[in-house]
Unconditional design. Structure first.
Lengths: 281, 500
């Protein structure tokens, strides 16, 4: 009996010792786990996105002031090269700066590739469109018919974007001076799923907007843009047009993240339209 | 058994160990000195011993060369078994040493222990304080990471301000005109040989003085020190209530030593080692270097003082402070010892601790530093995005793109150089915002030439929405209070545009 008791005590001691060691190894949270990574070597998508993109595109790629990237429809719409090209060169004249190192930005090519990969692998989902055909990403140089665009606008967009309507004007010259035609087109097609704007299929009662109708609306909105605002002419081209677009990117590189200098090119000419806008209010 | 006893007696006869023990550990101290307030000195010494042991272990692996120092710390952190823990104990040992030394100094000051006849004990203590801070600074350099590199740069540029011999001092400090391999060797020598050697020498003096001049009795109010009578009074105290240090007075020291050891080992286990931060590559400017906490107060003070005070704060103030500390036992070498009768002394301690505490907090948070990555890394709060017009959303994007966030915070994220803008619409009207953005004022630069009119328009449209639901935006006095029926305004007050 005393032997058994002694064994019991010993067992308790060993149990306590094991518990103590286990507790200590659990609480050894001071052990450094990650080696410091230098900015050029960061290729983790989450880190890259939260440090460079989340400011405008929102945490998790949505609910930011600009286009959500966490949007399956948008990712289905935009060609991968265009996405990559836009990150590299930015969109001159808009708030999207160039991120590639050779454009004055902070990111190395492998980091931009990591971003594009991350965006696509994390946020692409299959979109069921049914019989509706997805419009093409860009207008392909098709100038729309502004007069026809106005008719569609009054019919399809006015409910939300007319004067005094719920969401607010998109015909505001200041707004139009700050967005590219492509941005308008993308917004019409993909909507803003995070903020409640429906996509092109549901804007028009009866049928989804056609490619041509979308171009017409964009043409109408572009016709309201103040003269000389740079973005009006800029189209980000995918594929073969890259070299040309790069040059355009350089002109607008004042918007690059590295430099606080900002574009002043459209200041003088854009002034008139804004002046009008102000008196209107 | 008999033989062992003989050997022990022989050894003791030759080495005089028991005599040494009797005259040191066995020396008589006032029974009142066996107090919890008297444990900090021995605890500081304990920390120093821990530092020597862990430092020696680290030196087995550490390579004091610019090429390898950082890598060898990485090796300790990640490859060497328990190497991270060794670094952590050394780091926390130093934190504890500085903290406990400060407590020791405060206790000695408040208990009047620096007064006659213990002036030299105090002065040697001041030297130990300075040497310990020297250990802290040189130890920071040993990490040889970005903090160390830029810390050295700041140290060198401080040195360069010394009139006439500035350049020579920089050369002496860096072992050359730039931070290079010799710099690290120099600081390694200081950290490992010269300063510890000096500390050992002065600690010996400090302890010897404790033995020869006695440890301060627990002060009683109404028992002032007189040079003519104190020595006799102290001898009487020892005669009446003297006890040998070992074993009577040492008990609390041992208990506190155990607490300190557990504290150091525990903090090392839970919080781990400090750094190393990124490698000391001067081409990487995307870094936010700051000193270890002992110097955060100095860092904050230097960041906050106006230009014309810098020379004073850098050179005159420390010289005055050290001179004051050394002169203290001669300025108030006699009189009351008890803190109950020395309100000025208590106030001085409270004041200095408050100043150091506030400066350290400011150094840690450094609200004056612009947040250079907030514009791309800190999202616009979602409730500032929901329900906004396209123009206002563009404004929010411009707000980020033009890096307003570097100085202005939204939703608690962003710089604090300028005011937070979460409720700006309750303070400024549209016209005031436009003027402020275009012309700047106060510390804000003018952005008129950096923004197109459309951008200003969008920016202001966004800022006009920044007010709490319950507080309407301010309006110009020449406009009617509210154009809309009250219930409509109540339904949709979040967007300022309705009130324009």
């Amino acid at each position: 009996m005393p032997m058994a008791a002694a064994r019991g005590v010993r067992k308790e001691y060993s149990f306590a010792a094991i518990a103590l060691v286990g507790f200590l190894s659990l609480t050894a949270c001071g052990k450094p786990t990650e080696r410091p990574i230098m900015p050029p070597d960061v290729t983790d998508f989450k880190t890259l996105f939260s440090e460079n993109c989340a400011g405008c595109h929102g945490m998790d790629g949505k609910n930011g002031p600009v286009r959500p990237l966490n949007d399956p429809l948008y990712l289905t719409l935009i060609p991968r090269e265009t996405l990559e090209h836009t990150i590299e060169n930015g969109v001159p004249g808009t708030a999207m700066p160039a991120w590639a190192r050779d454009q004055g930005g902070p990111l190395y090519p492998k980091q931009i590739t990591a971003l594009v990969d991350g965006i696509e692998s994390n946020w692409t989902k299959s979109v069921t469109l049914g019989s509706t055909k997805l419009p093409s990403y860009d207008a392909g140089g098709d100038a729309g018919d502004a007069a026809h665009g106005k008719q569609i606008f009054v019919r399809s967009c006015f409910m939300c974007h007319g004067k005094g309507a719920k969401i607010g004007l998109v015909t505001d010259p200041s707004y139009l001076a700050l967005v590219s035609d492509q941005n308008l087109r993308t917004s019409i097609i993909a909507g803003r799923s995070d903020l409640g704007m429906p996509d092109w299929r549901f804007l028009n009662l009866g049928h989804a907007l056609t490619d041509q109708e979308i171009s017409d609306i964009v043409a109408y909105l572009a016709s309201l843009r103040p003269q000389g605002a740079q973005t009006a002419t800029h189209v980000v081209e995918s594929g073969s047009g890259q070299t040309g677009a790069r040059t355009t990117g350089n002109e607008g590189s004042g918007n690059g993240p590295g430099s606080p200098e900002n574009q002043t090119a459209n200041q003088g000419s854009g002034g008139k339209g804004v002046g009008n806008a102000r008196t209107k209010q | 058994m008999d033989r062992a006893r003989k050997i022990a007696l022989w050894l003791d006869d030759r080495l005089r160990i028991s005599a040494l023990f009797a005259s040191t550990a066995g020396h008589e101290v006032p029974a009142s000195a066996g107090s919890w307030f008297y444990v900090f000195g021995s605890a500081t010494l304990l920390c120093f011993v821990i530092q020597i042991i862990t430092g020696a272990c680290l030196a087995f692996v550490y390579i004091p060369s610019t090429n390898e120092a950082w890598t060898s710390l990485q090796y300790l952190n990640h490859a060497q078994f328990l190497g991270w823990y060794l670094r952590a104990v050394h780091n926390w040992g130093s934190n504890f040493m500085v903290a406990i030394m400060t407590l020791h100094m405060i206790q000695v000051f408040l208990f009047g222990a620096y007064k006659y006849p213990r002036e030299m004990t105090w002065i040697s203590g001041v030297c130990l304080l300075l040497l310990t801070l020297g250990m802290a600074f040189t130890g920071e350099v040993m990490r040889f990471d970005q903090d160390a590199y830029w810390g050295l740069g700041i140290g060198a540029s401080v040195m360069a301000r010394v009139p006439l011999v500035g350049a020579q001092l920089v050369h002496l400090m860096l072992a050359g005109p730039i931070i290079a391999g010799e710099t690290l060797s120099r600081f390694f020598t200081l950290h490992v040989f010269i300063i510890p050697g000096l500390i050992i020498a002065i600690v010996s003096l400090h302890l010897r003085l404790v033995l020869t001049k006695g440890i301060n009795e627990y002060p009683k109010p109404g028992h002032p020190v007189h040079k003519a009578t104190y020595d006799r009074e102290y001898a009487e105290i020892l005669k009446k209530e003297g006890v040998p240090f070992v074993p009577h007075a040492i008990g609390k020291d041992l208990i506190f030593a155990a607490i300190v050891i557990v504290g150091i080992l525990g903090c090392a286990l839970i919080f781990g080692p400090r750094g190393p931060a990124g490698p000391p590559d001067p081409t990487i400017v995307d870094t936010n270097p700051r000193p270890d906490f002992y110097f955060l107060s100095v860092f904050a003070a230097l960041a906050l003082v106006p230009d014309w005070m810098e020379v004073f704060v850098l050179f005159v103030a420390p010289a005055l402070l050290i001179a004051f500390l050394i002169a203290l036992p001669f300025i108030s070498g006699t009189g009351e010892k008890s803190a109950r009768r020395r309100p000025v002394a208590v106030l001085i301690v409270i004041f200095i601790m408050l100043v150091l505490g506030v400066l350290t907090y400011l150094g840690q948070t450094s609200p004056w530093s612009p947040h250079m990555s907030a514009w791309s890394g800190a999202p616009i709060p979602v409730n500032y995005v929901k329900g906004r017009t396209p123009l206002e959303l563009r404004g929010a994007a411009i707000f980020q793109n033009k890096q307003c966030r570097t100085c202005h915070s939204l939703g608690g994220e962003g710089g604090q150089r300028g005011p937070a803008l979460d409720e700006i619409a309750t303070i400024m009207t549209r016209d005031e915002m436009v003027r402020q953005i275009i012309q700047g004022s106060g510390n804000m630069p003018a952005y008129g030439k950096k923004l197109s009119p459309a951008e200003v328009e969008a920016l202001v449209a966004f800022m006009e929405t920044l007010h709490p639901l319950s507080v309407p935006p301010v309006r110009n006095s020449d406009r009617p209070e509210n154009r809309l029926p009250r219930d409509v305004a109540m339904v949709r007050p979040a967007t300022g545009r309705l009130n324009r």
